[in-house]
Design a protein around this ligand. Sequence first.
Ligand code: PNS
Length: 165
Amino acid sequence: MRRAIVPGSFDPVTSGHLDVISRARALYDEVVVGVGANLAKQGLFTVPERVELLGEAIAGWDNVRVDVFDALLVDYCREHEIQVIVKGIRAVSDFDYELQMAQMNRDLAGIETLFLPTNPLYSFLSSRLVKEVATYGGQVSGLVPPNVHRALVHRLDLPDHRLGD
Ligand code: PNS
């Protein structure tokens, strides 16, 4: 059984994340979407909320499940017999840090990282920017799945029309 993990903060999951997850599930028998809970950052959504939003967004993807990890990623991988970490790379600016982490993870546990170039449709997209744009009433529909769109409207207390359809 070839298992991969797509780790991240997912605060919240975007269409770019979903693109990477869907491509990972075509390459591996099983894919775990790992929500990192040990990140000190205070998010817009709590970890359980992020898990719920992810679960709804991937509903019907039979070889994908969502889980939370709160330790070293490689320890989670060893414990769950996951051989590969999958990361989306949007631009060269992502690469420096991602390369460092990939090399550290391989050094720590021999776990390989597969970099997937993101779909150019989403190469400008990040959870941080989605939150910022939505906060000021910009259009983010299409950049996030519909359930996340609804959650943003609710959390940011915005009238529906300010975020588009
Ligand atoms: O979405 P993000 O914020 O880029 O995700 C970063 C994440 C969660 C993948 C990364 O910070 C991580 O793997 N954290 C777990 C702790 C860990 O293993 N740190 C050492 C990385 S070499």
